[in-house]
Design a protein around this ligand. Structure first.
Ligand SMILES: Nc1ncnc2c1ncn2[C@@H]1O[C@H](COP(=O)(O)OP(=O)(O)OP(=O)(O)O)[C@@H](O)[C@H]1O
Ligand SMILES: [Mg+2]
Length: 491
């Protein structure tokens, strides 16, 4: 806006100044015309020269000349520009007849009128009746624009400086004004940002315009309610933490009590099993002794009964041993004793024990050793107990079928696979058979004998040996149990 005002002002002032200069030039020309009346009438160049000299006294007048009525040159002074070609030689009044960037050529008619200054000594008579104003010649001046251009330049410079100063002043005023207006808004935004970055509920200063004050007030009330909520939340959390602490303490006490009870139970079971084992072992011992004596005496009817006593006592002992193992496992008293074992020896020992069991149910028993390893480090007793459990199950739950026992190596594991063609297990049954005392048929009138401890003890033993035991089976399609043990480096 300042620039536009400056431009408009400059143009306006320039035009006014130009008008003034032109007015001045017109006046000079007209004065010359008046003074040239007598010299033209008298033909006195000397008088004309005087008038011309006076005109030349004006610095802006570059040249002047007087022309006769017929445009003949009467007298000229100064450097009359050659390029000037007047457009209207016969003017009726003062006018600009040519213009360049540097000067104007102004022409005026020299008129002879009743009040022309002819002087007292004039011998010319004016024919006032016919022509009140008679044109007797023309006066021309070349008026320089130099002063106009100089003045215009100075004016332009002055207005530019004033304009620039106004722009600077206005900008400064605007800057300070806007700063004052927007500072409270900026402060509010900074407080909000700081609050977001630090996570603290900082309050903003309330100042500035009414709208900004309203915003700050709303923001502050939000912060206060957030602060209140946080305090409430903290106290609630503290309360909860205390509650959890109390509950945890109670749970720890309950857990310790349960552990203690479990340990007592295991100790009791271990002691009881031990107490039961001794008399049963002596029952077996004595019944075998009596059987031998009856054989010597040839009393065959009693031998059958004695055999039944021995077998039942042996079954009882097996059960007690299983209970004792379980109790020991739960009390954490089972130790793994690793030795260097020949893999083939395991196979032979198992085959010898299982073959009569397999035959009892008319099963075929096949053994394979596909393992390239000759010896391996492991707890032989525990492994054999596991394999006997699995194989005795296979014999028990298969009639007129095949039981295959295979040993092989796979990656870093030694694998024992027990496969039968017996009654099989459904997926639901497979899910619980490794639990203690769990049997598929747990009814009183069940077909198969046992305590339901064999698989759970086997699983615990295998896990103690860092191995795992898995089953895959389908009802009436047989079962496959796999024991996988890590092959340890031979020391
Ligand atoms: N090879 C198998 N085929 C079909 N069912 C099986 C097989 N092996 C185990 N089971 C099922 O899993 C149950 C649990 O077996 P586990 O060896 O733990 O107990 P058990 O043989 O019944 O008794 P125990 O082994 O203590 O004399 C068995 O009662 C039987 O129902
Ligand atoms: Mg069993």
């Amino acid at each position: 806006m300042t620039v536009v005002i400056s431009l408009v002002t400059t143009t306006g002032v320039n035009q006014q100044y130009q008008q003034l200069m032109l007015k001045n030039a017109f006046q000079i020309t007209e004065v010359l015309a008046k003074q040239a009346v007598f010299p033209l009438l008298s033909g006195s160049e000397q008088n004309a020269q005087e008038a011309m000299n006076q005109v030349q006294g004006f610095q802006a007048v570059l040249a002047a000349r007087l022309l006769t009525e017929t445009q003949q040159l009467f007298l000229a002074v100064g450097d009359y520009p050659k390029l000037v070609t007047p457009v209207a030689p016969f003017v009726q009044q003062t006018d600009i007849i040519a213009e360049t960037t540097n000067y104007w050529l102004i022409k005026t008619p020299i008129k002879l009128s009743a009040n022309s200054p002819l002087g007292e000594e004039s011998q010319f008579e004016l024919d006032t009746n016919n022509t009140p104003e008679q044109i007797i010649g023309y006066a021309e001046i070349v008026y320089s624009k130099e002063y106009l251009i100089e003045a215009q330049n100075q004016l332009t410079l002055l207005i530019s400086v004033v304009g620039a100063l106004s722009v600077i002043l206005l900008s400064a005023i605007l800057h300070f004004g806007l700063h004052k207006l927007f500072k409270p808004l900026g402060d509010l935004a900074s407080t909000m940002q700081l609050s977001e970055n630090t996570g603290k509920h900082l309050l903003a200063q309330v100042n500035g315009a009414k709208e900004i004050q309203d915003m700050a007030n709303i923001y502050n009330s939000m912060m206060k309610s957030l602060q209140q909520q946080e305090t409430d939340l903290k106290s609630h959390r503290n309360l909860l933490e205390k509650e959890v602490e109390i509950r945890t303490r109670e749970l720890v006490i309950a857990r310790d009590t349960a552990l203690m009870a479990s340990r007592h139970k295991s100790e009791f079971m271990a002691n009881m099993s031990h107490e039961l084992r001794t008399p049963i072992q002596s029952i077996i011992g004595y019944s075998e002794l009596v059987t031998e004596e009856l054989e010597l005496a040839g009393n065959l009817t009693l031998i059958d009964d004695m055999d039944k006593i021995t077998k039942n006592a042996q079954r009882l002992l097996f059960m007690i041993n299983s209970l004792l193992d379980l109790a020991k496992i739960e009390a954490g008293k089972i130790e793994i004793k690793e030795t260097q074992v020949n893999v083939n020896d395991i196979l032979i020992s198992i085959r010898d024990t299982i073959t009569p069991l397999a035959q009892a149910n008319h099963n075929q028993f096949i053994c394979h050793n596909n393992c390239s390893l000759k010896t391996i480090t492991l707890d032989k007793t525990k492994l054999e107990q596991v394999l006997l459990n699995l194989l005795s199950n296979a014999c028990k739950f298969t009639q007129n079928g095949t039981i295959t026992f295979t040993i092989f190596c796979e990656k870093a594991n030694l694998i024992f696979e027990i496969k039968d063609t017996g009654i099989g297990l459904s997926p639901e049954q497979q899910a619980y058979i490794f639990d203690e005392f769990r049997q598929v048929d747990a009814s009183q009138a069940r077909k198969f004998s046992g305590t339901g401890l064999g698989l759970s003890i086997s699983k615990r033993f295998v896990e103690l040996m860092q191995g795992k035991i898995t089953v895959s089976s389908q009802l009436q399609q047989g079962s496959t149990f796999i024991v996988s043990l890590p092959i340890k480096q031979i020391a």
